[in-house]
Design a protein around this ligand. Structure first.
Ligand SMILES: CC[C@H](C(=O)O)C(=O)SCCNC(=O)CCNC(=O)[C@H](O)C(C)(C)COP(=O)(O)OP(=O)(O)OC[C@H]1O[C@@H](n2cnc3c(N)ncnc32)[C@H](O)[C@@H]1OP(=O)(O)O
Length: 309
């Protein structure tokens, strides 16, 4: 048996359960078979709702672009797109040279949440719960990627689309764009982990206002409450204007300069500080420190006697 720390006490679990717990922890998922959840079973159901795609472009710069692509439905998530997103997150988890990822919507709008046609067809509570667990797993893994992530919000991010923005480390909003947790208007609350992440981002009082009022958050309000990290510039001279994606890439590149192992280590220490107890975070930080100490970037910096002026 293993001793596992709960919030305040230790309890014993069997080696088999401990192995599963560690596998789940390292894969970054929240739910697995021990919660009666079968990823494969829900995938099959989701694939019955086709349409759209999630496109992944990995660039030599180490910055990938993940595009939610279903313009006829304002980039709403079909079931097939949910499955596609999970596959693209797996590819990003295995991207050795990656440092950052930008999540955007196709055709200048972000994402209008679940495809309402699929939601209607899956409105029994068991399927709804399974879809919710599947999306929580995927979005938790997205947030836990060893890459610095930015949601580039143009147009509308509604419902599940608003939840998706919170599964990135940062949010950049174009002027005129809106993030809106419309769930209350649908007789719902967020289920893709968006409420928990929103509280972490803006505090419980602001989260209560945004969810309770289904508030339309524009770029100004977004920056004011700390939901948005920047506003994209609009240059009326079309010839000189940078696209939203170009602006997001240059914004992100200030944090992704340097070798991939170092950028990944930066993200990992912040992630452990964000998610673990202080003692666990300190131990994890020591291990991550060990992975870069004496590494090529460290040795090169020592040899060049660099000054940080
Ligand atoms: C609630 C929680 C749940 C979750 O977390 O899982 C969800 O996310 S449910 C979905 C929540 N989202 C919505 O309710 C969005 C509803 N749509 C709108 O409010 C508008 O369509 C808007 C603001 C996105 C765009 O308005 P606009 O006037 O610019 O365009 P149209 O309304 O004409 O939309 C074009 C076209 O897209 C279809 N559409 C838009 N959103 C969805 C959606 N979520 N699912 C399916 N289809 C969607 C819309 O029906 C139009 O199709 P058309 O065939 O041209 O009528």
């Amino acid at each position: 048996t293993f001793l596992v720390k709960n919030k305040s006490s230790y309890h014993e679990i069997s080696p088999g359960r401990e192995k599963k717990r560690l596998q789940r922890q390292s894969s970054g998922s929240v739910y697995s078979s021990i919660h009666g959840f079968s990823q494969e079973e829900i995938k099959e159901k989701l694939l019955a709702f086709p349409g759209g795609s999630i496109d992944l472009l990995k660039q030599d710069s180490g910055i990938a672009v993940l595009t939610i692509n279903n313009p006829p439905r304002m980039n709403a998530f079909s079931g097939a797109m949910m499955v596609d997103l999970e596959e693209k997150v797996t590819q990003l988890e295995n991207w050795t040279d990656g440092k950052g990822v930008i999540v955007q919507g196709a055709a200048q709008t972000f994402c209008s949440g679940s495809d309402l046609n699929a939601v209607r067809a899956m409105s029994n509570s068991q399927d709804g719960m399974k879809m919710c667990m599947f999306m929580q797993n995927t979005l938790t893994r997205l947030l836990r990627l060893p890459l610095i992530s930015v949601a580039l919000v143009e147009g509308n991010a509604l419902g599940g689309g608003a939840e998706l923005t919170t599964a990135c480390d940062f949010r950049l909003m174009a002027s005129g764009s809106v993030i809106q947790f419309v769930h209350k208007h649908m007789g719902l609350v967020p289920g893709w982990g968006g409420a928990a992440r929103l509280v972490t981002l803006v505090g419980s009082r602001n989260a209560l206002k945004l969810l309770g009022g289904a508030v339309k958050v524009d770029s100004e309000l977004g920056v004011h409450i700390g939901l948005a990290d920047g506003v994209l510039k609009v240059d009326l001279d079309a010839a000189r204007a940078e696209t939203g994606l170009q602006q997001a890439e240059s914004w992100l590149s200030q944090y992704t300069k340097g070798p991939a192992p170092v950028i990944k280590a930066v993200k990992k220490v912040v992630l452990s500080g964000r998610e673990l107890s202080l003692s666990d975070a300190l131990r994890t930080e020591k291990d991550i420190f060990g992975s870069v100490w004496g590494g090529p970037a460290n040795l090169q910096a020592l040899a060049s006697k660099s000054k940080h002026k």
